[in-house]
Ligand binder design. Sequence first.
Ligand code: GLA
Length: 385
Amino acid sequence: MNIDKIRSAFAKHFDGATGAVYASPGRINLIGEHTDYNGGFVFPGAIDKAMAAEIKPNGTNTIHAYALDLEADNYAAFGLEEADVPKQQWARYIFGVCREIIKRGGEIGGFDTVFSGDVPLGAGMSSSAALESTFAFALNDIFSLGIDKFELAKIGQATEHNYCGVKCGIMDQFASIFGKAGSLILLDCRSLEYKYFPFNPEGYKLVLLNTAVKHELADGEYNKRRASCERAAAAIRVNHPEVEFLRDATAEMLEEVKAGIGEEDYLRAKYVIEEVQRVMDVCQALEKGDYETVGERMYGTHHGMSKLYEVSCEELDFLNDVARKCGVTGSRVMGGGFGGCTINLVKEEKYNDFIEEAFTAFKSKFGREPLLYDVVISDGARKLD
Ligand code: GLA
C-alpha cells in the first residue's frame, strides 16, 4: 500500500494540508461461508492488503473525497443529511458510515479525504468492508466518539444493508476491525463471542488464486440466498420454536419440512447446515494439528457452494479440480462466491508444482492466468504514523 501516494495526493488536492492516516484490511476466511447471516460460525483472518485513507476535518458539513485508484469519476462532495446521498457507488460507503454513526448519536462534521488500497476489488477479499472499517475506525478516533469495536463493525455492516443494497453478515467488517497478526478469529456470529486462533500450519502454505471473475454481490443473488435461508428457518421453526437461525437446525429438521419448502430453499439450507458442522470439525482438527481433515472440509465447502448453494462459477470449479489433481490438501471458493478467489492449503513441497499447473492449465482453458496472493495474516484497523 502506497501511503506516500495518498499523502502527496492529499496535499495536492487540499492546499498542502496534512491529515491523519488510517488503514483497515481485507480478509481471508478459512471456512464458514454464508454462515454469518445464519447465526453460525466463521473463521476469518485479516490480511496484509488494506484500504487506507488520509482524513482531516474541514470545519464545514461537507465531505470532499478522492478515490485515488479510480481513473474516472473519482471525486465526490456530499453533505451529512440522508438526502445528500452521493451518486457514486464508492462514495456511498463513506456516506453510509457517516450516516450510521449519526444515527447512533455520534457527532461528526465534514472532512477532506483521499483514499487508496491494494485489496483487489470484487475478489472475495472484502474490499468494501475494508473501506467501511477504515472510515468507521478513523471517524471514531478523529471525532472522539467512544464507539466500541463491535459497534464499529456493525456500522460497516449497516452501511452495506442500508446504502449499498447487500444484506451481508458481520464477518467481513468484524475481521477487518478485530484482525490480529498471525491469528485467525473463530467468531460466533450470533453472540459475537470470538476467540483468536494462532494459525501457523508448519509445512503448509495458504495461497489465494484469483480467477479475476469479478463478483458482484449487489446484483441480488446474495440477498436471494439469504432470503432462502430465512424462509427455510421459518418453516422449521413452526415445529421447532427454538430454531432462531439455520445454525440451530439439524439435517433431520430440514427433512421434515422438505416437502413444504421449494427445492431451491431446501438445497440452500442443506448447504448451510452442513457448513456449520464443517466449521466445528475444522476447529477440532486444528486443535490436533490435523490439516488433512481441515483440507477435506474445505473441499466439502467448495462442493456445497458449487452444487447446493450455487455460488461458484466455471473458473472457480476449474481451479478447485486442478488443486485436487495436484494433491493440494484443501481448496475452495472463498467469500461470497460468484467469482473471485479460491483459498488453498498446500504442503510446501507441492506448492511450486501446483502453482505451475494451475497457471498453465487455467491459461490454456481461459486464455489468461489467474492472479496469485500469498496470505499473511495481519492486524486489523489502525492509525498509521
Ligand atoms: C460476503 C459477505 C459476508 C459473508 C460472505 C460469505 O463476503 O459480506 O457477510 O456472508 O460473503 O461467507
